[in-house]
Design a protein around this ligand. Structure first.
Ligand code: ZN
Length: 178
């Protein structure tokens, strides 16, 4: 389910991270990264499900909940989980740059914050890694194409690439490219 959310994020151009918040066998919330959509640097999947979960439970203490997320949480999200007193975190892929659970620090374990969260990782790890990898590969590929177009056709890029795709190249576009 968290992976489906990650896919949805990727399709709308967001970094593909998905999360769900569960209590017992009840899914309280599911969401994905929406930073671009909401113009909000804090709109990470984990933050969004914590907020929704609080609404559902009518309580900012989310005791007894488990948060599933496709990628290792960043420091902001890990801290939010401590504030929310969640009981368990299950994540898929490690995040070597921003991960704050195992990779760069161990916020949920070795803290002086009076609450620790049980952590499992590696659940569907390969799928989670693949979702991230294919998203960033596509992004890099798109950038490359953009770059080479820009070199050859300059500012008329958008107009002309549209024409080319339609297979109707006009002579003047040809000459401007030479
Ligand atoms: Zn985060």
């Amino acid at each position: 389910m968290a992976l489906e959310e990650a896919e949805a994020a990727g399709q709308s151009g967001e970094v593909p991270v998905g999360a769900i918040l569960v209590k017992g066998d009840r899914v309280l919330a599911r969401n994905h990264n929406r930073c671009i959509e909401l113009h909000d640097p804090t709109a990470h999947a984990e933050i969004l499900v914590l907020r929704q979960g609080g609404e559902v439970l009518k309580n900012y203490r989310l005791v007894g909940t488990a948060l599933y997320v496709t990628v290792e949480p960043c420091p902001m999200c890990a801290s939010a989980m401590i504030h929310g007193r969640i009981s368990r975190l299950i994540f898929g892929a490690r995040e070597p740059k921003f991960g704050a659970v195992e990779s760069t620090m161990r916020l949920l374990k070795e803290n002086a914050l009076n609450h620790s969260v049980a952590v499992d990782h590696g659940v569907l790890e390969a799928e989670c890694i693949e979702t991230m990898r294919s998203f960033f590969n596509k992004k890099r590929a798109a950038k490359k194409i953009e770059g080479s177009k820009q070199k050859s056709v300059g500012r008329k890029l958008e107009k002309e690439s549209g024409k080319r795709e339609a297979g109707r190249e006009k002579q003047n576009t040809e000459s401007s490219r030479q």
